[in-house]
Design a protein around this ligand. Sequence first.
Ligand code: FA5
Length: 346
Amino acid sequence: MEQQLQQLKQACLDAISKAEDLHQLEEIEIKYIGRKGELTNILRGVKDLNDIEKPVIGKLSNEIKLHLEAEFKKHKSALENKEISKSLHDDTFDTTAPGPDIEVGHIHILSQLQKEVESIFASMGFSVMDGPEVESEYYCFEGLNIPSWHLARDMQDTFFIKNKQDKKHGKMVLRTQTSPVQVRTMEKFGAPLRVIVPGRTFRYEATDATHESTFHQVEGFMVDKDISIANLKGVLKEFLTRLFGKEVSVRFRPGYFPFVEPGLEVDFSCLLCGGKGCRVCKHTGWVEFMGAGMIHQNVLKAGGIDSKKWQGWAFGFGLERLAMMRHGIDDIRLFLGGDLRFINQF
Ligand code: FA5
């Protein structure tokens, strides 16, 4: 019996050493030490041996089994390594081949337009300022001559921020306009000033083709000595003519905004029909563009500027509406809708 076991062990070791791949090795393993393998059968029969043979054969069989298991393990990892290096060798990888195309994004149409606006105003000596989108009620309204009891508060539907207070200025809102940056800039830099403020604004509004709840405005203002509406008209005409690349006229109508006096609505001549009248300009020859006016003395005061020495004008327009006019876009909701068929056109 002992001899039979030694022969079995040797036969198994010979077979292991000849196995060329993992599959062959596995078959050998099943043949010798699998559930119905030759050595397993012997081990199962140990219980039927006599008392003299039982401990000797039992011990020897177990030792052989452990030895064979270790040999299988050793050989298995050697064969695995061999197969890995073979597959690495077989795989041809052309390091010079061009990789797959990675789609590269591009600057959003509104950001492109904002950059253009900034560079035209910068060339006229204006600085670009920024302000917080989550703003205090004070800067958004009171500082702009709109006290809490004032009916003009209803002109802009506001998102209020719950449970958040500014230490100095009380309740917080999502800014409804970029005008709060007027007072912030005056407080910080004093006069004179030539500033534009492009930025995101928010209103609690039902959306339609020309209204969004998140949109962009560009505020512009100038504070200096002896300046008037004439400067504003010149600056706007120059800005629009450079932006559209052709002569643009502007006209002023009376308008009401609590932070300017007098207040104005500014229109520019329709570029689609050359002022003759079309569907876009509602057959008037003019396109509504923005609110503007001479900065109210209470606003200058809130900004710490002496209104007896300094005057200023301010304007505010919607970036989306300008882009719509420029590219003939008929629905404002396309800008932030995330539809790549729209975004990729610009
Ligand atoms: C204002 O917000 C004033 N702050 C503008 C101003 C500044 C006047 C300085 C005087 C001096 P108004 O609410 O009209 O005004 O908005 C200005 C522009 O923002 C509009 O002409 C329009 O282009 C754009 N706008 C306003 N509401 C929306 C909206 N819901 N969706 C898209 N654009 C809007």
